[in-house]
Ligand binder design. Structure first.
Ligand SMILES: *Cc1c(COP(=O)(O)O)cnc(C)c1O
Length: 339
C-alpha cells in the first residue's frame, strides 16, 4: 500500500487533493502468483481491482519479462497509465523470485515505479550464499519486507523501504501541526505519524532492533543459512522417496512443495480421475493431522496443479534435520493408508 501510494504521488501529486478521478486510469502490473495484498491495495486506494494486470509466470512461478513489457505497451495503447510494477521475492506458494534486473530494465525504459514485495524472501539478504538471488533489488523504488516471516520476529514487524527521501513525508503529511509541532525541542523527522497512515501504533520496529542487537548480522546470516540448509535436507530426503513427489526440483526460497501419494494410488495410470482423487488427499490428511494435534502444514492449489503440500520453514525456533525426519514420518503415518 505504501509503495503504490508513493508511486502515484510521485507522478501525480495532485491526486492527494483532487482525487483519482482527476487523472486517466492508472494500472498496476504484478505477476499472477503475487500476493493478494496488491488486489486489496487496488481496492483501498481506488485503482480498482480490474486495473491490476496479472502478468504471466513461467513454470517456476517467475514473472515473464516479455509478457510484462507487452502488457505495459498494451495499457499505454489503451490510454491507461502503468503506474507501478510489483516484483515478488518469494511468492507465497512456490517461493519464486522474479527476475529483478529484467523488471528494473523494463521499469527504467518506461519510467515506471518498481516496487518489490520481499515480505517473505527479503531475509535471504542476510545470507552470503543466497543473497545473489536478490540481485537487482537495489534498483527498486520501494521494498516491503517482513521480519515476522522467515526471520521469525513476533507478529507483526513489517518494514517499508524507499530510496526517495522525503516522499513519504510529502505524500502522507496532513500538516497536523497541533500534534507534530515544528518547533519541538527534537528533530521532528522522528514523528513518523507524518509519514505513515496510522496515528497510534505499537513500536513494532523495536522487535527487529532487539533481535538485531542480540544476533547481529552474523547471527541472522547463520540462521538464514541453517534454515535454507534444512529446507534443502527436507527436499533431498523426499526426492525419490516412495509416496512423495516434488512439484518443482528447484526452490529459491525456503518453500518446499510436493504431493503425497497414498499407497492405494501408487503405480496406477495418472489420468484426470487419478489427479482429481489426489487433490482430495491433502485436505483429508490435513484434517487428520490437525485433529490429532500432530502438525499444521499448509496445502495450496496453483493454476492447474491442484492441491499440493507447501511446507515453509522459518528461522525461529531453529529447525533441525531431526525435525525434518519427524515431519516426513508424519506424512507416512497419516497419508500412507488413505484410499
Ligand atoms: C505475507 C506476505 C505478504 C503480507 O504481509 P503481512 O505484512 O503479513 O500482511 C505480502 N506479500 C508476500 C509475498 C507475503 O508472503
Amino acid at each position: 500500500m505504501y509503495g503504490l501510494v508513493l508511486a502515484r504521488h510521485q507522478r501525480f501529486p495532485d491526486i492527494k487533493t483532487k482525487g483519482i478521478a482527476s487523472v486517466p486510469t492508472l494500472v498496476i502490473l504484478t505477476s499472477e502468483e503475487s500476493h493478494y495484498s496488491i488486489q486489496k491495495t487496488a481496492h483501498w486506494l481506488g485503482y480498482g481491482t480490474d486495473n491490476v494486470i496479472k502478468v504471466k509466470t513461467d513454470k517456476n512461478g517467475k514473472i515473464i519479462p516479455h509478457d510484462l513489457e507487452m502488457q505495459i505497451v498494451e495499457c499505454s495503447r489503451a490510454g491507461k497509465i502503468p503506474i507501478a510494477v510489483n516484483a515478488t521475492v518469494g511468492t507465497t506458494v512456490l517461493g519464486a523470485i522474479d527476475p529483478l534486473d529484467d523488471v528494473a530494465d523494463i521499469c527504467k525504459k518506461y519510467g515506471i515505479w518498481m516496487h518489490v514485495d520481499a515480505c517473505f524472501g527479503g531475509s535471504l539478504i542476510f545470507s552470503e550464499t543466497h543473497r545473489i538471488r536478490l540481485k537487482g533489488i537495489e534498483r527498486s523504488d520501494s521494498i516491503a519486507w517482513n521480519a515476522h516471516k522467515m526471520l521469525g520476529a513476533p507478529l507483526q514487524c513489517a518494514i517499508f523501504i524507499t530510496r526517495h527521501e522525503n516522499l513519504l513525508q510529502e505524500c502522507n503529511t496532513t500538516s497536523a501541526n497541533y500534534l507534530f509541532q515544528p518547533d519541538k525541542y527534537y528533530d521532528n523527522a522522528y514523528d513518523t505519524g507524518n509519514k505513515s497512515i496510522q496515528c497510534g501504533r505499537k513500536v513494532d520496529a523495536f522487535k527487529l532492533w532487539v533481535m538485531w542487537k542480540a544476533r547481529g548480522d552474523e547471527g541472522f546470516k547463520e540462521r538464514v543459512d541453517h534454515l535454507m540448509d534444512c529446507a534443502r535436507y527436507f527436499k533431498e530426503s523426499i526426492d525419490g522417496r516412495e509416496g512423495f513427489r516434488l512439484v518443482l526440483q528447484q526452490f529459491e526460497s525456503s518453500n518446499v512443495c510436493f504431493y503425497y501419494i497414498p499407497k492405494s494410488m501408487r503405480g496406477l495410470e495418472e489420468d484426470k480421475e487419478w489427479w482429481d482423487r489426489l487433490y482430495l488427499v491433502a485436505p483429508r490428511m490435513k484434517k487428520l493431522m490437525v485433529f490429532d494435534g500432530a502438525a499444521m502444514i499448509g496445502y495450496s492449489p496453483l493454476k492447474t496443479m491442484g492441491n499440493f503440500w507447501r511446507i515453509n520453514f522459518g528461522c525461529e525456533p531453529q529447525p533441525s534435520y531431526k525435525e525434518m525426519d519427524t515431519i516426513i514420518g508424519l506424512f507416512e503415518k497419516y497419508g500412507q493408508d488413505l484410499d
